[in-house]
Design a protein around this ligand. Structure first.
Ligand SMILES: *Cc1c(COP(=O)(O)O)cnc(C)c1O
Length: 365
């Protein structure tokens, strides 16, 4: 049995420090925000190459508040990808704006910059690239389009803590960027959590207000805000984990390199491509195979915790039918969605476990 992710193994490795940090938060009743969350925000801003990080209640609220901070709302359009977790598209709808989807690149599975200009309209306000699986979108063409058409760029970096594009960190390239600390993400809280990062002081201020009921100062509410603050215990946990994130990322990259080597030349398996511009942080290590559902079933039967990210693109989900897209609109996303399988890639995985996954995959083909 090899699980898809082993959060218990990671906790065992840092248990004393984590328990001490949680104990400190409890002893001081730092339940919401609190000084350790503020410490974490400083560390995380530094880590992402930005000036400010604002801890919020989830990656989804990070996206929602980031859109509101940029003034995006009803009547506006935001361009993004159909091949992502639904939260990306949902957040645009929460803000009251209309998601406009474009197909993906067949090699990186990320938003294809060449398709963006076709869908720009007078209503377009922003582009929301998603650094899927932990690999940055090809950002230069997107930043160039954004500049030419006066659009804002919001990075969905929920899967890309520490990822780089031409040496620049995920989160530092757009006007504003969003991270998730859902437990299974590369940097995971022990509950829900997220962050908005930016180097713009006005955006920082507005996100801070929006996460806390729109409060400007005590008893003064200048905006319609939300209850979307980071929990104090999560801030304390994440502060401890910042010491290890680079080490864990290196372990993920090492695991990916070993998979690439062991899977090389196996007919019918397409391994992930790390673009020449990228430092991929392998939140997901997805291979592509034909007859995916059968291969997936066999892997699961062999005790391998495989996953599928994502079997159905957002435009084909029932809850998103009102966007007006149908099957056939985004052929690349639809084909990739029918072929991907995510293999376990978590940092604590051993070499022999990776060998076991590879041999199970071979016999599942
Ligand atoms: C996880 C994820 C989110 C949402 O984050 P939550 O913390 O689960 O709300 C948004 N976008 C992408 C691409 C994600 O992977």
């Amino acid at each position: 049995m090899i699980p898809f992710v082993d959060l218990k193994a990671q906790y065992r490795a840092i248990k004393d420090e984590i328990n001490e940090a949680i104990g400190e938060a409890l002893d001081n009743a730092w339940f919401v925000l609190g000084p350790r969350t503020a410490d974490f925000e400083r560390l995380f801003a530094g880590y992402t190459g930005t000036k400010y990080a604002v801890g919020v209640s989830s990656g989804t609220s990070a996206l929602h508040l980031a859109l509101l901070t940029l003034g995006i709302g009803p009547g506006d359009e935001v361009i993004t990808t159909p091949f992502t977790f639904v939260a990306t598209v949902a957040s645009i709808m929460y803000a009251g704006a209309k998601p406009i989807l474009v197909d993906i690149d067949p090699v990186t599975y990320n938003l294809n910059p060449a398709r963006i200009e076709n869908v720009i309209s007078p209503q377009t306000k922003a582009i929301m690239p998603v650094h899927l699986y932990g690999q940055c979108v090809d950002m230069d063409p997107i930043l160039d389009i954004a500049e030419r058409y006066k659009l804002l760029v919001i990075e969905d970096a929920a899967q890309a803590h520490g990822a780089e594009y031409k040496g620049r960190r995920a989160g530092s390239m757009g006007a504003i960027a969003c991270f998730s600390f859902y437990p299974g993400k590369n940097l995971g809280a022990y509950g829900e959590g997220g962050a908005v990062v930016t180097s713009n002081p006005d955006y920082d201020k507005k996100v801070r207000m929006l996460r806390d009921w729109g409060m400007e100062q005590k008893n003064r509410y200048d905006l319609l805000g939300f209850n979307a603050r980071m929990h104090g215990i999560q801030g304390a946990v994440l502060k401890v984990k910042m010491k290890y994130i680079e080490e864990w990322t290196k372990a993920r990259r090492g695991n990916a390199a070993l998979y690439n080597q062991l899977l090389k030349g196996i007919e019918g398996v397409v391994t992930p491509t790390e673009a020449s511009y990228a430092r991929h942080v392998y939140h997901v290590y997805a291979v592509r195979v034909k007859r995916r559902d059968r291969v997936y079933q066999r892997l699961v039967e062999a005790g391998i915790g495989a996953g599928i990210h994502y079997p159905v693109p957002v435009h084909m989900q029932k809850g998103y039918a009102n966007l007006g897209y149908e099957k056939g609109y985004f052929p690349v996303a639809e084909e990739i969605a029918s072929e991907v399988i995510s293999l376990p890639i978590y940092p604590e995985l051993s070499e022999s476990q990776i060998e076991e996954v590879v041999s199970a995959l071979k016999s599942s083909l």
